[in-house]
Design a protein around this ligand. Structure first.
Ligand SMILES: Nc1nc2c(ncn2[C@@H]2O[C@H](COP(=O)(O)OP(=O)(O)OP(=O)(O)O)[C@@H](O)[C@H]2O)c(=O)[nH]1
Ligand SMILES: [Mg+2]
Ligand SMILES: [Zn+2]
Ligand SMILES: [Zn+2]
Length: 421
């Protein structure tokens, strides 16, 4: 039976148990009157006090029938007990948010995106989605439509802003100013194997937190439910926040350095503490949620990289497979760069806190924003490098994309940050 995780409040429920919402439509039957909207207090509580009273009125919610035949079905329509008109809209038991159609038909994978303010999270999601539909999508035969009206609207807006107007995203507003909706996508990957037919569908839930909310352990508590429900975490690290990179970049006549934000080691240790205290599984003291640590803005690091650095080109994805040796080459490169920048403080801490860890390096834009227009993307548009790697690694770990490995398992383990266990 499919278990549905609400992407808004992270309540878990069997799909068949989800309540329905009446659509308040006319029956067409003579004498039938449609239901009236009524205050939905559960939903209004979740949305917070900024919701105007008029918007609290919504179609009545009614429970799923507890019959045997309804148990197996997830998307079946049910007649509203009051007006008799069938509806297929399911809502969360916990918060009464409506699920987009199809959301309840497949498992979902929640990917948490964390990182200090201005580390590049919002730019990254926008470019990642674009790459998964274009260059990368073609290699793996992936499709990634946005789910639900709200994600579809934001998806269009993100694309138009960055790729047509060449505008960078605004600072993401903190949760205290209202709830930030997650982005919901339906990922379809063709099944593999000689007799395999059709595609495998998974819901990808991206939650782009405001860096401002990750400043301290108290602020991060707002995101606890979300972090605890995550199947994988992508921690974005801005290299321009690392002391020695700043020192080296400040001398060049490049763009001005960004303001100093929360350090990645503080975010990582608060994150590990949150996950431990919320019952995420722990192995020998380390949190087992897979953790992709991605250094962003690698375009700004070119002067520090050797001519053959794997960070200067994209992974190949030949045959629609993830090349694990290529990932390990990137992992080693980043581990040595990071260790060089801070004498290994960040890596040691991450490796003590997280059991499944891989380092990545990416650039969403491929070049710094123009010096005379810092809120704009480079004139030639985003020319991303390696943005897909962290997500594909997380998906590969769950068997959702094929991974090609050339080394025996045992040796590989020793190179992925587990050596010092
Ligand atoms: N050089 C370079 N700069 C980038 C890149 N991506 C983002 N930036 C810069 O980083 C700034 C912040 O990016 P955002 O995506 O808004 O960062 P964020 O993590 O979402 O920030 P908050 O929403 O405040 O938490 C941008 O305005 C750019 O100036 C990149 O690939 N290369
Ligand atoms: Mg943001
Ligand atoms: Zn919910
Ligand atoms: Zn009704």
């Amino acid at each position: 039976m499919t278990t549905v995780i609400c992407p808004y409040c992270f309540d878990r429920a069997p799909a068949a148990r989800l309540p329905y919402r009446c659509l308040m439509m006319a029956t067409g039957v003579r004498g039938g009157t449609p239901c009236d909207a009524e205050p939905d207090d559960v939903w209004a509580d979740f949305m917070g006090p900024s919701l105007p009273p008029s918007r609290r009125l919504r179609g009545p919610v009614f429970p799923a029938p507890r019959t045997l035949s309804s148990l197996g079905s997830t998307s079946a329509r049910q007649p509203c007990p009051r007006c008799g008109v069938a509806t297929s809209v399911r809502v969360c038991r916990g918060c009464h948010n409506d699920f987009p159609s199809e959301y309840c038909d497949q498992d979902s994978r929640i990917i948490a995106l964390v990182g200090a303010k201005a580390s590049g999270k919002s730019t990254y999601v926008s470019v990642l989605v674009n790459e998964l539909r274009g260059r990368v999508g073609r290699e793996y035969n992936i499709s990634l439509p946005a789910m639900g009206a709200e994600t579809q609207r934001r998806d269009r807006e993100m694309e138009e802003d960055l790729y047509e107007r060449l505008r960078l995203p605004d600072t993401t507003r903190p949760a205290a100013m209202g709830f930030n909706d997650p982005l919901l996508y339906r990922l379809s990957v063709p099944r593999r194997g000689r007799y395999a037919k059709g595609s495998r569908h998974t819901t990808l839930v991206f939650f782009d937190a405001a860096g401002e909310d990750l400043k301290s352990a108290e602020a991060m508590a707002r995101y606890t439910q979300y972090l605890a429900a995550a199947d994988g975490i992508i921690l974005l690290v801005d290299p321009l926040q690392m002391g020695s990179v700043r020192d080296r970049s400040a001398s060049a006549d490049g763009p001005p350095l960004p303001a100093v934000e929360t350090s990645p080691q503080q975010i990582a240790s608060d994150l590990a503490a949150q996950l431990r205290s919320h019952g995420r599984s722990v192995s020998r003291g380390r949190v087992t949620t897979p953790m992709a640590v991605a250094v962003t803005k690698t375009d700004a690091l070119r002067a520090l990289l050797g001519a053959h650095s794997p960070l200067l080109r994209n992974a190949t994805h030949t045959g629609g497979e993830l090349d694990d040796d290529d990932r390990l080459a990137v992992h080693e490169e980043l581990r040595s760069l990071l260790s060089d920048w801070d004498s290994g403080v960040l890596c040691r801490q991450l490796e003590n806190d997280f059991a499944e860890l891989s380092y990545f390096g990416l650039s969403a834009l491929g070049a710094p924003p123009p010096a005379d227009a810092p809120a704009d993307a480079p004139k030639s548009g985003p020319q991303p490098l390696r943005v897909e790697d962290p997500l594909l690694w997380l998906l590969g770990r769950r068997g959702l994309v094929p991974v090609r490995k050339s080394q025996p398992e045992g040796q590989k383990e020793n190179r992925t940050g587990k050596a010092d266990a």
